[in-house]
Every structure is written in structure tokens, then in C-alpha cells.
Ligand binder design. Structure first.
Ligand SMILES: O=P(O)(O)OC[C@H]1O[C@H](OP(=O)(O)OP(=O)(O)O)[C@H](O)[C@@H]1O
Ligand SMILES: O=c1cc[nH]c(=O)[nH]1
Ligand SMILES: [Mg+2]
Length: 219
């Protein structure tokens, strides 16, 4: 897998990451969502540098300009619900993309820290020969990303796959690496060291779904 960890270079991306992590700033839900969206825009922009382009002629009021424009057939799939602001950020740049949505949540056994991932909802176009972008802001154990990909398989074989995430734990990245083809790209804003015993990324940012949309009752 090709791993692109964008926080390794200084850029304004790291300011946005610091704000989504910051326990005071992240309480502003609108700012949290907007920061995740802005991170999605930056990850999408960086990814766009290795996609395919074709030359087109554009008529301007003063003449003709030859420009290289994106030619990939993109399907943008995100994992509900925390994936929604990241999806919006990517869609701001890949504005003609087709879209897919998949739900995944952690189902905890009673009084236990063990959980399994339940995939219930999936809406997806044909993926055959397309460029699949699979987005989820948190890559903790990596199970949601892998379960989502398994559920997408009946929809066709993509030509290329790009995984997009905001914060990953090394353990989750290793797990994902085992389950995806080595040609897959992972575009990630930053990588943290570990998971706690509840499967949360440390230091991470907390619960991305709750920070975006409010707390949900546990199943
Ligand atoms: O790598 P994993 O261990 O699978 O964990 C990551 C998952 O956890 C978060 O979703 P969550 O279960 O909190 O659902 P939510 O978006 O509804 O809050 C996140 O958006 C991922 O889907
Ligand atoms: O750290 C984590 C792990 C899973 N889901 C989150 O929202 N945060
Ligand atoms: Mg959540």
C-alpha cells in the first residue's frame, strides 16, 4: 500500500488537525465539521496530483487555451456517519464524482469492550473500472474500512482504490494494509501511536461522529 501521511510536511493542514484535536475548539460543532471538510479538500487536492488527465481546448473570450483536466471516473464512498463532512470536502473538489454511502457501526456485546462492525445501509453505483475513493475520518482498528470494502465488492472491481482518512492508528493502518491490494493508496492527514482498550485512537480527537453530529444512544 502507498501511504501518504500529509502531516509530515509543514502546511496549514496541521493547523486544521490541531483544531479538530483541541478539546476546547472541537466543541464548536460547526467548526469541527468545517475543519474535517477542509482536511478532505486538502487530501483530495494532494490525491488529484496522481490521477489521470486529458488535454482539452477551452474557448476563452480572447482565444483558445489547451488545458489538462481530470479524466478519472470517480466514485466517492464514505462511511456514515462521521464520514459525511469528509465526503463533502472531497466532493468540493471532485464535483462530478458519483457517490456511494455505507453505514458501519460498532456493536458492543453486553457489558463488554469487544465489538463487531455492523454494516446495514449501502447505496452504490457500478464500480467496474472506476476510481474508488473510500473515506472515513477515523482509522482506528481498521475494521470499518475493511468491512465497508467487503460490502462494496458485489458492485464491481474498481480500476484503482484510494483510502482517505484524517487520523489513523498504526495498528489500524497495518490491518488495512493486510486486506487491500498493494497498489492501493492511503491518503491520511496524520498517524497516531496507539489505541486505548475501547478501540479509540490515542491521542486522536475523541468520537468524530459525536463531535460532528452530537451523541447517539448506544445499541
Ligand atoms: O477503524 P475502526 O475501529 O473500525 O473505527 C473507526 C470507525 O469509528 C467511527 O465511526 P463510529 O463507529 O464512531 O460511528 P459514527 O460515525 O456513527 O459515530 C469512524 O467513523 C469509523 O467508521
Ligand atoms: O478514536 C476513534 C475511534 C473510532 N471512532 C472515533 O470516532 N474515534
Ligand atoms: Mg462515532
Amino acid at each position: 500500500m502507498h501511504i501518504h501521511n500529509l502531516s509530515q510536511k509543514n502546511s496549514v493542514l496541521n493547523t486544521f488537525i490541531s483544531e479538530v484535536r483541541n478539546v476546547n475548539i472541537q466543541k464548536d460543532r460547526m467548526r469541527f465539521r468545517r475543519n474535517i471538510e477542509r482536511i478532505g479538500e486538502i487530501l483530495g487536492y494532494e490525491m488529484s496530483k496522481i490521477l489521470n488527465y486529458k488535454s482539452v481546448s477551452v474557448e476563452t473570450p480572447l482565444g483558445t487555451s489547451s488545458v489538462q483536466v481530470l479524466e478519472n471516473d470517480i466514485v466517492l464512498c464514505s462511511v456514515l456517519r462521521a464520514g459525511v463532512p469528509l465526503h463533502n470536502g472531497l466532493l468540493n473538489y471532485f464535483d462530478t464524482a458519483e457517490n456511494a454511502f455505507i453505514s458501519a457501526y460498532r456493536h458492543h456485546e453486553q457489558n463488554s469492550e469487544n465489538f463487531e462492525i455492523i454494516v446495514e445501509y449501502l447505496a452504490c453505483p457500478n464500480l467496474e473500472n472506476k476510481t474508488l475513493i473510500l473515506a472515513d475520518p477515523m482509522l482506528a482498528t481498521g475494521q470499518s474500512m475493511v468491512c465497508a470494502f467487503e460490502a462494496l465488492k458485489p458492485y464491481g472491481t474498481p480500476k484503482e482504490i484510494h483510502l482517505v482518512s484524517v487520523i489513523g492508528a498504526q495498528e489500524g493502518i497495518d490491518y488495512v494494509e493486510k486486506h487491500f491490494d498493494k497498489t492501493t493508496h492511503l491518503w491520511i492527514a496524520t498517524v497516531d501511536e496507539k489505541l486505548n482498550n475501547k478501540g479509540y485512537i490515542v491521542p486522536g480527537l475523541g468520537d468524530a461522529g459525536d463531535l460532528s453530529f452530537g451523541e447517539k444512544l448506544q445499541h
